[in-house]
Ligand binder design. Structure first.
Ligand code: A2P
Length: 319
C-alpha cells in the first residue's frame, strides 16, 4: 500500500475511504473496507456518522483484524467551533463519537466560521467573518491539541495558496495537509504544486464526482466524470473501470485520495486501483480534461448577507 510521508514523519496510507454521505451503510462499509485492506478513514463531525465509523473500527480491533496503530483516522473541525475555546471541545467530541483517544490527523474543515449555535447557515447573521474569527486563532488552538496529545497532525481543507501562505507565515506548527476537491475536471495544478513543494500533503476529495451529493449541491447540466469518453477510453486500454482510472490518476499525481463507496464490490474495485499504472500518454490525455469545474462550489457559504463571497472563499476570480 502506497504511503505518503507527512512533515511529522508519520506515514498516511495514500488511498483512504471517504465517509461523507455514508449513512446507515457506514458500519458494514467500514467493516468490509477493513477486510479488503483499507487502513485510512476520512471522517468529519459534520458527516454525522462518526459513531458508526468508530464502532466498526473498534469491533475490528476487538476481533483482532487490525490494531489502532495500523489505522489512519482523520476528522475535521466544524465551522461553528472556530473560536479558540471551542476548538478542543470540537476535537474531543469527535474523539468521543469515534471512541478513540487520539486522531492521526485533524483538519479545519473550511476557511469559514459560523456562530457557535449554528450548524448550517440560512441567513447572513449566522456567520462570523474572518475578522471576528481569524483563521490563525483557530489554528493556534489546533496546535495546542497536538501539544495535548489529542491528535498527531493538523491540517486544513478547502484552503487556497493565499490562505496557506498566511497561515504558514504565522503558525508555530506548519499545516501538514490540505484536503481539497480534485479530479480531472478540477485539477488545481498550481495549488497542488505549491502544497507538494511546501511539503503539505494533498488529499483529493470527491475524486469520482460525488454523484450522491445532496440534491441542493447538484447543478443543472453538470459534467459526469465517470462517463467521460476519454476516461472510459483509458479504462478500456487498462481493462479496468472509469473509477479506477480516476483513483489511479490521483495516486500517480502524488496526492492521497478518498473515494467513498458503501458497496462491497466497488470498495474492492476502488482499492485495487492502486495496482494500475497509467502511461505518460494517459496522464497527458487526462491533463487535457481540466475545466476548473467544482462539484462542491461553496455557494452555501455565500448566501445573502454572508461576509464570504466565492472570490474570497477560493481566492480566485469567479467566471
Ligand atoms: P456507492 O457508495 O453506491 O458505491 P466520491 O468519492 O467522489 O464522493 O463519489 C462517491 C459516489 O461514487 C457514490 O455515489 C458511490 O456510490 C459512487 N462510487 C464509488 N465507487 C464507485 C465505482 N467504483 N464505480 C461507480 N461509482 C462508484
Amino acid at each position: 500500500m502506497k504511503k505518503i510521508t507527512l512533515r511529522s514523519g508519520d506515514q498516511m496510507p495514500a488511498l483512504g475511504l471517504g465517509t461523507w454521505k455514508a449513512d446507515e451503510s457506514t458500519y458494514p462499509a467500514i467493516r468490509e473496507a477493513i477486510k479488503i485492506g483499507y487502513r485510512h478513514f476520512d471522517c468529519a463531525l459534520r458527516y454525522e456518522n462518526e459513531k458508526e465509523v468508530g464502532r466498526a473500527i473498534r469491533d475490528a480491533i476487538k476481533e483482532g483484524q487490525v490494531d489502532r496503530q495500523s489505522i489512519w483516522l482523520t476528522s475535521k473541525l466544524w465551522n461553528n467551533a472556530h473560536l479558540s475555546h471551542d476548538v478542543r471541545p470540537g476535537l474531543e467530541e469527535s474523539l468521543m463519537n469515534l471512541g478513540m483517544d487520539y486522531l492521526d490527523l485533524y483538519l479545519m474543515h473550511w476557511p469559514v466560521a459560523l456562530k457557535p449555535d449554528v450548524i448550517f447557515p440560512d441567513k447572513g447573521s449566522d456567520f462570523l467573518s474572518l475578522e471576528q474569527a481569524p483563521l490563525i486563532d483557530t489554528w493556534r488552538a489546533l496546535e495546542e491539541c497536538i501539544d495535548a496529545g489529542l491528535c498527531r497532525n493538523i491540517g486544513v481543507s478547502n484552503f487556497s495558496i493565499k490562505k496557506l501562505k498566511d497561515l504558514r507565515n504565522r503558525a508555530r506548527i506548519a499545516p501538514t495537509c490540505n484536503q481539497i476537491e480534485l479530479h480531472p475536471f478540477l485539477q488545481q495544478k498550481e495549488l497542488v504544486e505549491y502544497c507538494l513543494g511546501e511539503r503539505i500533503a494533498v488529499t483529493a476529495y470527491s475524486p469520482l464526482g460525488s454523484k450522491d451529493r445532496p440534491a441542493r449541491l447538484h447543478q443543472d447540466d453538470e459534467p459526469i466524470l465517470l462517463q467521460h469518453p476519454e476516461i472510459r477510453s483509458i479504462a478500456g486500454i487498462h481493462d479496468c473501470t472509469a473509477a479506477q482510472v480516476l483513483i489511479a490518476w490521483a495516486l500517480q499525481r502524488g496526492t492521497s485520495v478518498i473515494p467513498k463507496s458503501a458497496n462491497p464490490n466497488r470498495l474492492r474495485e476502488n482499492y485495487q486501483a492502486q495496482n494500475i499504472t497509467l502511461s505518460e500518454d494517459d496522464m497527458r490525455r487526462i491533463g487535457n480534461l481540466d475545466r476548473h469545474y467544482r462539484y462542491i462550489h461553496g455557494a452555501f457559504w455565500t448566501i445573502d448577507g454572508s461576509p464570504y463571497t466565492l472570490t474570497t472563499l477560493w481566492d480566485e476570480p469567479i467566471s
